[in-house]
Design a protein around this ligand. Structure first.
Ligand SMILES: [Zn+2]
Length: 175
């Protein structure tokens, strides 16, 4: 395999129960497979293969642990741009156009929090018009009430941004 992309490539790690756990750097995923701690569930769609001294291995996209590990549940999903855009499906919370910015519903200058409940995806036009005003001052309404996401796949999305399409069945993400 060409070294290009090696460092940045990530592999979805599943628990023995197929529950998604995290996105690993390729190097660490390969070590788990080589040590017999995980099996390759899906290889690279292009069929790339790694060649080491004595073995060759399909470049993994999804691997699964051989033995179940208990994971402490993290109640609060950290707020990230990638996670927020995914929650709001890249749609502006005010007009429904494609969103490319994040807006604080109650502006930070007016005491609004940087939280899942107060942040929404927003198009540049609405963001500019809204400025430091409250929705009541503009007569605007939210299309959807913003809430904090939960569930295992969110832990992954906040780190991986756009996930590999092969990961989707495991993440419960609508394709
Ligand atoms: Zn808008």
């Amino acid at each position: 395999m060409a070294p290009m992309g090696w460092g940045r490539r990530r592999v979805l790690l599943l628990n023995a129960t197929y529950e998604p756990l995290t996105a690993l750097p390729l190097r660490r995923a390969v070590v788990l497979v080589m040590c017999g701690k995980a099996d390759v569930v899906h290889g690279d769609p292009a069929g790339l293969t790694l060649h080491a001294a004595t073995v060759s291995l399909p470049v993994p996209s999804v691997i699964r642990l051989s033995t179940y590990v208990r994971v402490p549940y993290r109640a609060q999903v950290p707020l990230t741009r990638a996670g927020l855009m995914h929650r709001d499906r890249y749609r502006c919370a005010y007009c429904g156009a494609r969103a490319d910015t994040i807006d604080h519903v109650i502006p930070r200058s007016r005491g609004g929090q940087h939280s899942w409940q107060n942040c929404v995806a927003c198009c540049a036009k609405c963001n500019h018009r809204k400025a430091d005003l409250l929705l009541s001052e503009l007569g605007w309404h939210l299309r959807v009430v913003p809430t904090a996401p939960h569930g295992p796949h969110w832990r992954l999305l906040v780190h991986s941004g756009e996930a590999d399409p092969l990961w989707r069945p495991y993440l419960g993400v609508a394709a």
